[in-house]
Design a binder for this molecule. Structure first.
Ligand code: ATP
Length: 303
């Protein structure tokens, strides 16, 4: 195989709690992660000329070591002493700097794809160990599905699939850096921690209302102070019939969960014709917990 195209799926956080800060600045988290069917496409091609070359449809993204795809390819090649080169095309659809782990998922797909392309036979666990060197969310992006994420995000417990529903995604046109949000989080007695254990139970019982009544994100107030549109989008989603709505990750993306397809579609069209239309998506959860199953693989003749 000389060429491979993979889907790199986005995630949302059904719940995000921060329980401590480490001396090195990292945070201890407890998060319930959910992969959604919104994806970038990463195409990788073996080349006989050494080195890594990449291009992307978003002109403002770097195509050097600062792109997580490039960084993942470099780490993979260096670790496994691979001489051959690789050409990578990244087609972005996941909103950038949005709290949806787009870059981490691209890096995960790159590691997975290169392992196939170069027949290196690393296990999923080994790929995840490499992935965490790129970013705390990369191991989850390799695992995918529904999972509890602890430690700095690298300790993962796969869960039963979260209850099926429709997921409306709206990203206001503001970029918020994850670093800024974590640095401005004040953890004290006023912090409203989400009921993660209750949500774990609701997921185990496939109880959608139990999940939606416990949506919570300790980072939301921090990002909200910078981006008041978040509150407005959440309210509009609820007014349009969402049974729950929350900011994902460090934001500013907001998601709304619907148990009714008609209401979800109506809300989608409503946002689509509004000011956030370009970054509005209606999607579902992705719950094939087998990592990068064959149905994700597409074999292209050329780019
Ligand atoms: P997270 O939810 O993990 O915090 P995010 O969705 O907030 O991630 P990303 O879209 O992954 O953020 O990327 C944030 C920054 O990383 C961007 O500003 C961008 O310059 C840089 N970056 C590097 N590689 C990529 C990539 N492949 N896709 C998107 N951004 C990338």
């Amino acid at each position: 195989m000389d060429i491979i195209t993979l889907k790199a799926y986005a995630k949302i956080n059904l719940a995000l709690d921060v329980i401590g800060r480490r001396p090195n600045g990292y945070h201890d988290v407890r998060m319930i992660m959910q992969t959604i069917q919104l994806y970038d496409k990463v195409t990788m091609k073996r080349t006989s000329t050494p080195g890594i070359m990449m291009k992307t449809n978003l002109h403002y993204l770097p195509t050097n070591e600062n792109n997580l795809v490039y960084a993942a390819a470099k780490l993979f090649k260096d670790t496994l002493h691979i001489e051959d080169g690789v050409y990578i095309n990244l087609e972005k659809k996941i909103p950038v700097a949005a709290g949806m782990a787009g870059g981490s998922s691209d890096a995960a797909a790159t590691l997975f794809g290169l392992n196939e392309l170069f027949d290196t036979n690393l296990s999923l666990e080994q790929l995840m160990e490499l992935g965490v060197q790129i970013g705390a969310d990369v191991p989850f992006c390799l695992l995918r599905g529904t999972a509890l994420s602890e430690g700095i995000g690298e300790i993962l417990t796969p869960l039963a699939p979260a209850p099926s529903c429709y997921c409306l995604i709206v990203k206001p046109p503001v970029s918020v850096s994850t670093k800024f949000v974590y640095e401005n989080l004040v953890l004290d007695e006023t912090t409203n921690h989400p009921d993660i254990d209750g949500m774990l139970e609701a997921i185990a019982f496939n109880d959608l209302k139990g999940v939606t009544s416990r949506l919570g994100n300790v980072l939301e107030p921090v990002t909200l102070a910078e981006c008041p549109e978040i509150a407005q989008i959440k309210q509009e989603m609820l007014d349009l019939g969402a049974i729950g709505s929350l900011m994902s990750g460090s934001g500013p993306t907001v998601f709304g969960l619907f148990d009714n397809q008609k209401k979800a579609e109506k809300a989608f069209y409503q946002f689509k014709i509004g000011e956030y239309g370009k970054q509005t998506f209606l999607t579902r959860f992705f719950n094939n917990n087998t990592a990068h199953s064959h149905q994700d693989l597409e074999f292209d003749e050329e780019f």
